[in-house]
Design a protein around this ligand. Structure first.
Ligand SMILES: Cc1cc2nc3c(=O)[nH]c(=O)nc-3n(C[C@H](O)[C@H](O)[C@H](O)COP(=O)(O)OP(=O)(O)OC[C@H]3O[C@@H](n4cnc5c(N)ncnc54)[C@H](O)[C@@H]3O)c2cc1C
Length: 403
C-alpha cells in the first residue's frame, strides 16, 4: 500500500513507522525544513511522552466515546511498547513518563532513525495545500498548485494551531473544510492567561508557590497548586496553564484567585497575622511582611489593601488585618483572555470526531483519508496526555491505512 502522510510531527512519524513496519510504502510531506520541531520543545526539552495515570477524564473533546474507543484500540501499554521498540527506555518522574535520557532530541533521533531504516521518504519544506480526488487516488498539491504525488491512502496529521512557530498553524481546518468535514472551533489551551491588574508590570517575572482557584463569580470551578509566574500581562506557570482550558470556555467571565497561605485555614490566617502585628508592633507593616512574602509582592499588596507601607504594625486596625489576610489568601485577578497562540501548548477543537471511524481513524466522509493527532477535536491535560493521544491515534491510523 502506498501512503502519503501530511505533517511530520509526532502523530505523523508514529503513523509512518507503524505503516512501514507492515510493508507500506510511505512518504511524509512536512512544511517545515525538518520533521518533529514541536517534539523538540515538549516537556521543556525533556519530552513528557505519556503518564502512568491514563484515566479518560484527562482527555477532552466533543465525543468522549470516540476517545475511549481509540485509547482502547491502542492502549498506553501498546504505545509504550512502540517507544521501546525504537530503543527508548521510559522512566516515571512523579507519574509522568519521559525518555530515560530526559532529552526530546533523543526521541526525535529514534523516530528518524527508524524511518530511515524502514525507507520512509521524507519531503521537508513541502507544504500540502490541497487534496484532490483523482480516479482511485488522492493527489496532493503543494504551493502554486504543483503536484506532489498520488496515493490511494492519505493520513492527515497537520496538528492544530498552538505554537505555530513549530509548524502547525491551522492548515487542518482548511484541509478538513475542503474535504467536507465539520471543524469544531479552535481555541488555545495550556496557555498563560491575560489578566487585569494595575500591578502586573511591577510583578512581572516574580514566581510564587500558590494555590490558584478559578472563580466564576463566587463559585470555585477548579483549583491547581504549584509555581505561579507573574507576567507583564497576566499569570503563567503550571497551575495557570492547567486552569486555562476551563478559564477560556467561550462566554465565561472568570478570575483567578491566588492563595499564598494555603497551609492555613481562612480564620487561622487572620489570627496568625494579628499575633504577628502585636508581637512586631514596633515594625513597619512592610518590614513585618518581608519576613513572610516575596519582597516584590509587598508593595502591590499593600496598595491593593490601602495600607500605608510605613505604618507601624501596632496601629493596624482589625479591618486592615482582615484585608491583609484576605489578600494573602484570595488575591484575585480577572481573566481577560488567553496569552496568544504562540504561547499555547495545545489546541482545543479541530476536526469533528463524529465524522471519523474510531476503529480505523478513517474519515466517514472520504474513503482513503485518515486523521490522527492534534488536528482532531481531542486535547489532553498537561502531563504527557497530548503526546499519548498523538501516539495512540497515529499508531491506529498507520496500522489501518496500511491494510
Ligand atoms: C512548548 C510545548 C510543549 C509541549 N510539551 C508537551 C509534553 O511535554 N507532553 C505532551 O504530551 N504534549 C506536549 N505538548 C503538546 C504536543 O507536543 C502536541 O500535542 C503534539 O506534538 C501534537 O502532535 P501532532 O503530530 O498531532 O502535531 P504537530 O506536532 O503539531 O505536528 C504537525 C506537523 O504538521 C506540519 N504541517 C502543518 N501543516 C502542514 C501542511 N499543510 N503541509 C505539510 N505539513 C504541515 C507541521 O509543520 C508539523 O510538523 C507541548 C506542546 C508545546 C507547544
Amino acid at each position: 500500500m502506498r501512503i502519503g502522510i501530511i505533517g511530520g510531527g509526532a502523530a505523523g512519524m508514529v503513523a509512518a513507522i507503524t505503516a512501514a513496519r507492515v510493508g507500506a510504502e510511505v512518504t511524509i510531506f512536512e512544511k517545515m525544513d525538518r520533521v518533529g520541531k514541536k517534539l523538540l520543545a515538549t516537556g521543556n526539552g525533556r519530552c513528557n511522552i505519556s503518564n502512568e495515570h491514563m484515566e479518560l477524564f484527562h482527555f477532552h473533546g466533543a465525543a468522549p466515546d470516540f476517545i475511549k474507543a481509540v485509547m482502547e484500540a491502542v492502549s498506553p501499554e501498546r504505545t509504550r511498547q512502540f517507544w521501546e521498540s525504537l530503543g527508548l527506555v521510559l522512566i516515571s518522574l512523579e507519574g509522568k513518563l519521559y525518555p530515560m535520557s530526559l532529552q526530546a532530541s533523543g526521541v526525535l533521533d529514534a523516530l528518524r532513525g527508524e524511518m530511515e531504516r524502514l525507507g520512509v521518504r521524507i519531503c521537508c519544506a513541502t507544504p500540502v495545500e490541497r487534496i484532490v480526488s483523482v480516479k482511485k487516488n488522492w493527489m496532493l498539491e503543494g504551493a502554486d498548485g504543483q503536484e506532489l504525488g498520488r496515493f490511494p491512502r492519505i493520513i492527515i496529521t497537520v496538528g492544530g494551531k498552538a505554537s505555530p512557530q513549530f509548524g502547525a498553524d491551522g492548515d487542518g481546518k482548511k484541509l478538513a473544510a475542503a474535504l467536507g468535514h465539520t471543524v469544531v472551533p479552535l481555541r488555545p489551551a495550556l496557555v498563560k492567561l491575560k489578566c487585569r491588574s494595575p500591578y502586573l508590570k511591577a510583578l512581572s517575572g516574580c514566581k510564587v508557590d500558590a494555590k490558584a482557584s478559578l472563580l466564576q463569580g463566587d463559585e470555585v470551578l477548579a483549583q491547581e497548586w504549584g509555581e505561579v509566574l507573574f507576567t507583564a500581562e497576566g499569570l503563567s506557570g503550571p497551575p495557570i496553564l492547567r486552569l486555562s482550558r476551563e478559564a477560556l470556555v467561550s462566554g465565561r467571565r472568570c478570575s483567578i484567585a491566588l492563595n499564598l497561605m494555603d497551609q492555613m485555614r481562612e480564620g487561622e490566617c487572620y489570627w496568625w497575622l494579628k499575633q504577628r502585628a502585636e508581637r512586631f508592633g514596633y515594625m513597619k507593616v512592610q518590614e513585618m511582611l518581608s519576613g513572610i512574602l516575596h519582597k516584590r509582592l509587598i508593595l502591590p499588596m499593600l496598595k491593593e489593601t490601602d495600607i500605608p507601607p510605613q505604618m507601624l504594625c501596632e496601629r493596624l486596625s482589625k479591618q486592615q488585618v482582615q484585608a491583609l489576610a484576605r489578600i494573602l489568601q484570595w488575591w484575585t485577578f480577572p481573566v481577560l483572555g488567553d496569552g496568544g497562540w504562540r504561547e499555547a501548548q495545545v489546541t482545543v477543537g479541530g476536526v469533528f470526531t463524529g465524522e471519523i471511524d474510531p476503529n480505523t481513524m478513517q474519515s466517514k466522509k472520504r474513503n482513503g483519508i485518515y486523521w490522527a493527532g492534534e488536528v482532531l477535536d481531542v486535547d489532553g491535560d498537561c502531563g504527557g496526555y497530548n503526546l499519548q493521544w498523538a501516539a495512540s491515534s497515529g499508531i491506529l491510523a498507520g496500522q489501518c491505512a496500511a491494510q
